[in-house]
Design a binder for this molecule. Sequence first.
Ligand code: HEM
Length: 459
Amino acid sequence: MKLPAKLPAGSSLLPLAQTLQIIANPTGFLEDCAKRYGDRFTLRVLGANSPPVVFFSHPDDIQAIFTTLADRLELGKVTHPFRPLTGDQSLIMQDGARHQQQRQLLMPALHGESLQNCGELICQITQQTDWPLGAVIPVQAQMLEISLELILRVVFGLQPGQRYLQLKALLHRLLERVNSPLYSVQFFLPPLQRDWGSHSPWGSFLRLRQQIDALLYAEIRERRAQPPGQDILSMLLAARDLEGQPLSDVELRDQLMTLLLLGHETTASGLTWVFYWLHQQPDVLARLQAELDRADSSPAALAQLPYLSAVCKEALRIYPIALIAQPRCVKQALRLAGYEFEPGAVLVPCIYLAHRRAEAYPDAERFRPERFLEAKLSPYEYLPFGGGSRSCIGMALALFEMKLILATLLKRYELRPAQPLRPLKRPARRGITFVPPGDLQLQVVGLRSGASCLAKPAG
Ligand code: HEM
């Protein structure tokens, strides 16, 4: 591998020490590097033999990576750790034309009318939370519960029943394991992926996956014979590729697992952050409550509320769920920001640092939703969902879910922190996302009589 003579300056620690730093304290390490080296810097954070991994936070560089340079970049091996979960046919395992073709198949199911159709269901599922007065709510766990139900109903189109309950329990077990640090190490280290029987970590993962797959394939077979519903699986069943062919069972299964893996924890973590900030800053909560009290309660109207949108956006800015967009490998030499990058170098748009740039975000450390009402930011300054041809395909669904779930819960419950919230030092890693440290717990201190978003809009 021929590497460029001159890369942007960066840490001189041994690659292994840099790798450990980014694992142990990613936000601190990134901030420190940005202070020392500026808008772009080179790290070696992919183990002892790490290639140069160059981090970018300037909007011009991010724009170039997402647009003009995109065809010289590929994901390469970056997504491999997910392969045992998502399978080979998953969107995230593809590059080039096949990737674009798969995105076009998936996109309609996650946007526009399809999305509006699931608004009532999102509210209904959220309404099922039955928190009594005085209850202490573990926020992340509750948001995960709601978000898993939503994926099963809105994405998989499952109806409550035996298979639904079985799949829910199995997926819950699978996702909990994937998120435990010890267990997830196996996904990054193929030599540990050995089936030593049902009690070994990898063996038990394989058996769990087999049980889940059996249920998913049974569902897919049955649904092929049924009239389509309004869920995402129904739309994928009806989709045809460029040759007019439907997706195979394996393709359908792999895409469903991809949407589950990338759509479940992320949305739940986004919501946990919103609850954290609202209770850290009661003035913001009061302004949001006032907006909700005045608003029409239909899902479509709630999704348009300016302050509610600004609150969700600001929560995804200040501590983005993903600190970086997917790293892109250089496959054809390219020039960027005065540097020449050879194949093998890895380019990383750094969402966390882009969201802290003083020129776009004065007083960046402060949670201030108003900034989204006052200024319009470019997609290269504000990018919690990444960008370009690999941007998050669940963005519209995630924001829609976050707003409706939040509005439904705030209209129904008055909540207060169960323990005083301490100032935040750094976020905690949870699986593929970053969440508030410690388990955020809120107590139900009042039941409100606000209109449910299931009620039909007036007029
Ligand atoms: C708050 C919630 C979410 C956040 C913050 C988020 C963030 C992201 C980010 C940063 C990326 C990488 C983009 C890039 O590299 O340019 C991504 C990719 C992706 N996300 Fe999300 N996501 C969220 C919710 C969802 C949901 C609900 C789904 C689906 C149901 C989803 C499905 C995907 C998929 C399939 C990709 C890969 C796209 C591709 O490779 O073409 N995400 N997401």
